[in-house]
Design a protein around this ligand. Sequence first.
Ligand SMILES: C[S@@+](CC[C@H](N)C(=O)[O-])C[C@H]1O[C@@H](n2cnc3c(N)ncnc32)[C@H](O)[C@@H]1O
Length: 209
Amino acid sequence: MDRPLTAAELFDAVGHGYEDAFGRPPTVDAAVRLLLERLPDSARVLDIGSGTGRPVAGDLAAAGHRVMGVDVSAEMVAIAREQVPDADFVHADIREWDSAAGSWDAVCAFFPFLQMTRADTIKVLGDIARWLKPGGLLVLITIPMDVENLEVPFLGHTVRITSFAAPDLLRHVEQAGLDVVETDSSVFSPDREGQPDEEHLLVVATRKG
Ligand SMILES: C[S@@+](CC[C@H](N)C(=O)[O-])C[C@H]1O[C@@H](n2cnc3c(N)ncnc32)[C@H](O)[C@@H]1O
């Protein structure tokens, strides 16, 4: 195939292999713990790019939160529904999905932006700011890099990723109407030979107002 794989094609092909290789990276673990500490009881949590449903939706649903995952990969949605029956999973492209304004206590976005254009990421950040309740939390994790359409190996595939350098991402989060309250970064080594180490940037932001 000449054209790069779409996110749906890539994650349909990767399926359970994602969890096997990436499991519970320390930054994801820290983000889940932060949410468990700060969320009100029975919080409404939107997980964008919910993948296999583990660990994020699984841990939050087990703590009594009402979690909805949205993922563009039908295979990932099927796996998540089977693994985490206590959460809801929707098969949709977040760029075309919508929700009521001010309706979520928290939005998680752990790595869904790497296969979006920069313009799409900026648009979705604006949507997230609108969807959150005032004071609601955005918890985002990404690989911070000043790249567009960079070819990288990913679990036996070649994919093109687009991202922002950390200061540019933080500026776009603020411009969306969110206050960045915390950041953290660590280097993660996937459990798969040939899969390079990657930096994980955690950004915690709250909706103003
Ligand atoms: C790298 S995986 C991470 C999964 C999960 N968030 C985690 O950290 O374990 C990225 C997920 O985002 C999903 N994704 C990518 N682009 C998306 C889009 N436009 N709309 C919804 N989901 C998307 C992929 O299908 C994939 O399941």
